[in-house]
Design a protein around this ligand. Structure first.
Ligand code: 0X9
Ligand code: ZN
Length: 476
């Protein structure tokens, strides 16, 4: 239920227009085109061509700042939770407990009001990012720069150029083939055709907007071998996630002779971008977009749901909202988001052989296991904890990066409807982890491209520990 008070605070005034975060609205300056439906894709295309000329502008970030506060008292924590629940601000790190830092982004027009609200509660806001637009632009300078044909992990997407050639996808025109998702799909197809002995590529579904969703299986021991299922990109703005997952794929496949033993004993199932519409949208329109891109379920609502609140296990119980304009909106029903249905069906199909589920997010450097819906721990938590500690030990040995290990409720915050909880609680996969990749709050979601390879290298070291454990425990 959305209260009147909530509705009021969700109405943001900007440039004299009423805007709610995430509403199905495409804007440029004073233009507002609302409620774009599939049958008006051509209009969208024309608009997109204009929008794409200066990517990632969804919300006006000029003058936006990120403020951090650390609640010291119960009352301060309560105030922060109230502010979070109101949905007016973009919380990059939600309030969880006293002593734990909370990161909040405020647009230029909100900064004063937010600072005053925080100070009224006795909090001492620190400006962590003085100009979010600048930070995004700094990262972008390494994103759009080149015209290479393949991924090389020195930029987020090498061939994301400004050519903006639309392609047709199943009857409606809307995608530029140079966008990240088509590019990753092309790269995976090339890899699979170059290494047919190792790779099987299947299109296992389609996103809401029609993007193909692919599953790449890597292994040569046959379908009966134990498996590790790895996904990325469930939250659109967490770009280091798909970049790291594709790095892992590349290491395993193009350097396969070094991992011969593992590849004969373990199957790796990869889905690098499980929220493809949101991910592309974070390149074209709104760099800080988190949700899917499904159309609002009811008039006046906003686009998309938080894909990591949409799974049918203790759905809508904790750390989630039923206001579609809030970033952690759980969706109109469990599995309302088609992309999550697609991933669910693959996990279900592979559940008997899959021993580990890894889902990559950012930021915070945390290797977390269930539960996310409760502070209680699964009865086998010590097994999960041990393997996670081994993995982060190997990770740290590469570049010295420290990761925290623990249950997600105890480590970050309670949030139900996550894929990790479902994979353990419903699919019965024993070792389920949500990994918050780099960093600790310097670059937040805009991790510089120069850190993709270091992130990939250390994460690969952790993956090898896990894969060796799976081989030893389930295959030898
Ligand atoms: O809130 C999330 O979905 C994850 N953090 S993020 O900052 N990347 O958004 C944490 C999810 C942990 N798992 C569960 N709560 N089930
Ligand atoms: Zn995330």
């Amino acid at each position: 239920m959305v209260t009147d008070a909530q509705s009021d605070v969700n109405e943001l005034r900007s440039n004299g227009q009423t805007m709610r975060r995430g509403q199905c609205v495409a804007r440029r300056g004073s233009e507002v085109v609302s409620q774009v439906s599939r049958c008006t894709m051509n209009t969208l295309l024309v608009l997109a061509a204009v929008l794409l000329a200066t990517p990632a502008r969804g919300q006006d970030l000029s003058g936006a700042k990120t403020l951090s506060v650390v609640p010291q008292t119960e009352a301060q924590l309560k105030e922060l939770i109230k502010l979070f629940d109101a949905g007016q601000y973009d919380f990059w790190r939600e309030p969880r407990d006293m002593g734990m830092s909370v990161d909040i982004m405020a647009t230029a027009s909100q900064v004063q009001e937010l600072t005053a609200a925080l100070e009224r509660s006795g909090l001492k806001p620190q400006v962590k990012v003085d100009d979010v637009a600048q930070m995004v632009m700094r990262q972008n300078s390494g994103v759009y720069s080149r015209g290479a044909r393949s991924l090389d992990w020195e930029d987020y997407h090498d061939s994301y150029t400004v050519s903006r050639q639309p392609t047709r996808l199943d009857g409606f025109t809307c995608h530029a083939s140079s966008l990240p998702c088509p590019q990753i799909n092309r790269w995976m197809a090339q890899l699979a055709s170059d290494h047919p002995d190792l790779c099987t590529l299947e299109t296992v579904g389609k996103s809401y907007e029609g993007r193909p969703m692919n599953l790449l299986t890597v292994g040569k021991g046959g379908a009966d071998k134990p498996g590790i299922f790895i996904d990325g990109g469930i939250h659109a703005r967490e770009w280091i996630s798909p970049a790291t997952v594709t790095f892992l794929v590349n290491q395993l496949v193009t350097n396969s002779s070094a991992h011969d033993d593992l590849l004969s004993s373990v199957n790796f199932y990869f889905m690098p971008v499980i929220n493809p519409d949101g991910y592309d949208y974070s390149f074209t329109d709104d760099r800080l977009w988190r949700k899917t891109r499904s159309e609002p379920a009811s008039p006046g609502g906003c686009s998309g749901a938080d894909a990591n609140r949409n799974w049918d296990f203790h759905w809508m119980e904790a750390g989630t909202s039923n206001d579609s304009c809030v970033d952690n909106y759980g969706g109109s029903a469990p599995f309302s988001e088609v992309e999550m249905q697609v991933v669910r069906d693959q996990l279900t199909r592979l559940r008997n052989t899959t021993k580990v589920y890894l889902t990559f997010h950012s930021y915070g450097q945390k290797w977390m296991y269930p539960w996310g819906y409760t502070a209680a721990l699964p009865e086998d938590w010590q097994d999960l904890d041990r393997l996670a500690r081994d993995a982060v030990g190997a990770l740290k040995a590469v570049h010295g990066t420290r990761y925290q290990v623990g249950s997600s409720t105890r480590t970050i915050y309670a949030a139900s409807g996550g894929s990790d909880d479902w994979a353990k609680g419903v699919a019965g996969i024993k070792y389920c982890y949500t990994v918050e990749l780099r960093d600790l709050g310097t670059h937040y979601f805009t991790l510089p491209p120069s850190l993709i390879i270091p992130s990939g290298q250390e994460t690969f070291a952790a993956l090898k520990v896990i894969a060796n454990f799976v081989k030893k425990t389930y295959s030898d």
